[in-house]
Write a protein that binds this ligand. Structure first.
Ligand SMILES: NC(=O)c1ccc[n+]([C@@H]2O[C@H](COP(=O)([O-])OP(=O)(O)OC[C@H]3O[C@@H](n4cnc5c(N)ncnc54)[C@H](O)[C@@H]3O)[C@@H](O)[C@H]2O)c1
Length: 437
């Protein structure tokens, strides 16, 4: 294990924290095609906020130190810098296209990059979330074809899914038990030992790569389906005029009732991964019913929230067309700057379809990214010092969509008039809200 030289390919939410942990023990190269990202990292800045700047700076190596040190992280965009590694860990995105089909292009491209420098004895480990079979049936042929080397004779592969939860400062990468697997018993043990050397929570060595791939994709699919169920309950109880969270609290007193809450399911994991499993199921002739029903239910929640807000406004004789609505939060989850696949945009666009004039406030989101991705202005602060001083406005409705800590201390009264509707998607405002999901 001592001779490992590691390269992590893809320095995003998953790749960077992992590379930093490996860098504490091994010489580690971080490779990414995004020049801006690599340049920020080399300046000791992680804009995903997953790694504290001082922790990044502690492990960073410059070009001279790289040859002299036995550990540390060297972020680069240069393929030449990864040539002398012997373990390659791939943590690139696995998104879906507009038809909700898996896009494997980043994985294939990353495999090509590795294959260009692959040598006899090297190990390639995939961490990206995929459907069962992607590592061996899609990626290995690319590694073989481009490198000219033979799978399981010249090189081996493994799959070890990442389970981090962005924004969660308690359960960080080393504190989450890691599933590992390898293409031969020897590779499996080597990979398991490698992860054991940095993951303090330990590892679970799965019997095959496909088992490890399937385990990850069902973890997120299970969560999606459970949330879909409580989202359906929220819709039913809403029609019955029963408070959903009161029902969940009462039912939750039974030992085996699962504590899920209704909400918007966005991001690039839970809202995306079930489509990977569904695609594979369809390829082998099975049409998944529950998995896709869960997806449809969760994707409908943005419009549902907007419709509920509008109904409450109408009941208060508020004119919806040209009304002023404040949406609190645009990231896909609380205390995290990630806006990818956020379902808050479904709430906003539905409210705009009703003619409402929507103002978005989020202290975590990068306004440029929100503008670029979705075309909305996002105000990072409410006070007059920034933008045009939202705090001086009175809104007809306020919709809290993301439970950022900052929102719990917000003085909503100054943003309200006597009829303002306050809708609380996350159930954090207590009695300040007129309704919650
Ligand atoms: N973010 C999470 O919460 C999370 C948790 C568990 C698993 N995952 C899975 O991990 C994988 C990575 O997710 P992420 O959130 O870190 O993505 P990310 O978008 O934050 O980071 C991916 C990085 O890979 C880089 N990249 C893309 N193509 C590349 C290539 N060909 N070569 C080198 N670099 C390349 C991008 O520039 C980016 O910096 C996905 O499969 C995701 O589903 C994510």
């Amino acid at each position: 294990m001592q001779n490992h030289k590691i390269t992590v390919i893809g320095l995003g939410y998953v790749g960077l924290p992992l590379a930093v942990e490996f860098a504490k023990k091994y010489p580690t190269v971080g490779f990414d095609i995004n020049k801006e990202r690599v340049s920020e990292l080399n300046q000791g800045k992680d804009l995903t906020l997953e790694v504290q700047d001082q922790d990044l700076i502690k492990v960073l190596l410059n070009n001279q130190e790289r040859d002299a040190r036995h550990m540390g992280l060297y972020p680069t965009t240069n393929v030449g810098d990864i040539a002398d590694s012997n373990v390659y860990i791939i943590t690139v995105p696995t998104p879906t296209d507009k038809n909700k089909r898996p896009v494997l292009t980043p994985l294939i491209k990353a495999s090509e990059t590795v294959a260009k420098v692959l040598k006899t004895g090297d190990i390639v480990i995939y961490e990206s979330t995929v459907y069962p079979g992607v590592t061996e049936d899609e990626c290995v042929p690319v590694l073989e074809r481009t490198s000219g080397l033979k799978f399981n004779e010249d090189f081996t592969v493994g799959y070890s899914p990442e389970r981090i939860n962005p924004g969660d400062k308690e359960r960080t990468v080393t504190k989450i038990l890691k599933v590992t697997s390898g293409s031969t018993p020897e590779a499996a043990n080597q990979i398991d030992d490698l992860y054991k050397s940095v993951i303090t929570a330990g590892t679970h060595l799965a019997p095959t790569i496909k088992v490890a791939e399937a385990a990850k994709v069902i973890e997120n699919s299970q969560r999606d389906i459970n949330i879909a169920f409580v989202n359906e309950l929220a819709k039913i109880f809403n029609l019955l005029d029963i408070n959903t969270s009161d029902v969940l609290e009462a039912a939750g007193t039974k030992w085996n009732f699962l504590p899920f809450k209704p909400g918007l399911v966005g991001g690039h994991c839970i809202g995306v991964d079930p489509y990977y499993l569904a695609q594979k199921a369809q390829e082998v002739g099975y049409h998944p019913e529950i998995i896709l029903a869960g997806r449809r239910m969760n994707d409908s929640m943005g419009a549902h929230v907007a419709n509920e807000v509008v109904k409450l406004m109408v009941k208060r004789d508020l004119k919806v067309n040209k009304s002023k609505i404040l949406v609190l939060g645009v990231t896909f989850k609380e205390n995290c700057p990630d806006v990818r696949n956020t379902k808050v945009v479904d709430v906003i666009s539905e409210l705009e379809d009703f003619g409402a004039d929507v103002t978005v406030h989020d202290p975590w989101a990068n306004p440029d990214e929100v503008k670029h991705e979705y075309g909305y202005e996002c105000h990072p602060a409410l006070d007059a010092g920034s933008h045009n001083g939202i705090e001086q406005l009175k809104f007809d409705a306020i919709v809290l969509t993301v439970a950022h800590t900052e929102f719990k201390a917000l003085d909503l009264e100054k943003l309200k008039h006597e009829k303002t509707v306050v809708y609380d998607v996350k159930g954090v405002l207590g009695t300040l809200a007129d309704a919650k999901l």
